[in-house]
Design a protein around this ligand. Structure first.
Ligand SMILES: [Zn+2]
Length: 127
């Protein structure tokens, strides 16, 4: 029996997949939607996956202001810079390219290859 792990909830399923809120379900270029926090509802493309921290860098999401010290030698102007900070992978969901819905991912083996499949429309997300 396979067990699906969603946060702290456990649910039994018939498919051979598991879901855990970590970086492994996401890939650079995925469209994701933020499901909690100050950026809830925002969409963006994954720019970077930091697997060891289970964090994602998402375009236009989780913008923080960082003070930049002036360094004339390096041609850097001082001031406040807005940059994207990594956010926890558990705070986002993938937007399925087929059904355009925020969805969870399941993993399936197709033709001997591990692929990610949308749990809502069962379309393969990886090309
Ligand atoms: Zn779908």
């Amino acid at each position: 029996m396979q067990i699906e792990v969603v946060g702290v909830k456990f649910r039994h399923g018939v498919h051979t997949y598991s879901f855990s809120p970590n970086g492994k379900d996401y890939k650079v270029g995925d469209r994701v939607v933020v499901t909690s926090g100050k950026d809830k509802g925002k969409m963006g493309n994954v720019k970077e996956v930091i697997t060891k921290d289970s964090k994602l860098l998402v375009e236009g999401v989780n913008i923080v202001t960082k003070a930049q010290k002036a360094n004339p030698m390096a041609g850097i102007q001082g001031g406040l810079n807005k940059i994207e900070a990594p956010l926890n992978a558990s705070k986002v969901m993938v937007v399925c390219p087929s059904c355009e819905k925020a969805t969870r991912i399941k993993h399936e083996i197709k033709d001997g290859k591990k692929v990610r499949v949308c749990k809502k429309c069962n379309e393969v997300i990886d090309i």
